[in-house]
Ligand binder design. Structure first.
Ligand code: ZN
Length: 178
């Protein structure tokens, strides 16, 4: 791999939305490229830079309705949320798609999360339409727990963080311990 190829791969790993940032910051691109080149067999290995670990995140949007039984306040009534879910993937992802320079293909991540999570929650009344939340209170915290359990079945230890926004200013987050 030459330095230009490595620089391109580094930009892809960093994420498309930051591609221009990589292009502008030559030193950073160079640093990432060198780190990649030092790991000729970096597939499924941790890519470390400056004592940090590289991850990728995909963001999903969906709508749902719920109510919180026994809650003393407005949330005991049926109401809806426009929600945002962030799924972050680190190294050692066990899924089939295995492309040099990627922790996971964004298209693959999107397809899996849509099938396992979004299709089951989007435009649903959680308390009645989703079996888990027929018995478990559908708070944002419990939704995160359900999402982590569902996605760990696919991604294992590569699932490193879940953040679920109930509103733009309120979210719950799960982060894997080191
Ligand atoms: Zn609510």
């Amino acid at each position: 791999m030459n330095i230009e190829t490595a620089r391109h791969v580094a930009a892809r790993i960093w994420g498309d939305q930051n591609y221009s940032h990589i292009e502008m910051n030559g030193d950073l691109a160079e640093e990432i490229a060198k780190a990649l080149m030092q790991n000729a067999n970096y597939k499924r290995k941790v890519v470390t830079l400056n004592n940090g670990e590289l991850t990728v995140t995909k963001i999903f949007s969906f709508c749902y309705a719920h109510k919180l039984p026994e809650y003393k306040g407005k949330c005991s009534n049926v109401h809806g949320h426009n929600s945002q879910l962030e799924v972050e993937i680190g190294a050692n992802c066990p899924t089939q798609y295995n492309y040099p320079g990627m922790l996971i293909d964004f298209n693959e991540l999107k397809a899996i999360v849509n099938e396992k999570i979004i299709d089951k929650l989007d435009h649903k009344f959680l308390n009645e339409d989703v079996d888990y939340f027929k018995v478990i209170n559908p708070t944002v915290e419990n939704m995160v727990i359900w999402i982590v359990n569902e996605l760990e079945e696919v991604f294992g230890e590569a699932l490193v963080r879940i953040r679920l926004y109930e509103t733009p200013t309120s979210h719950s987050e799960w982060v894997r311990f080191e």
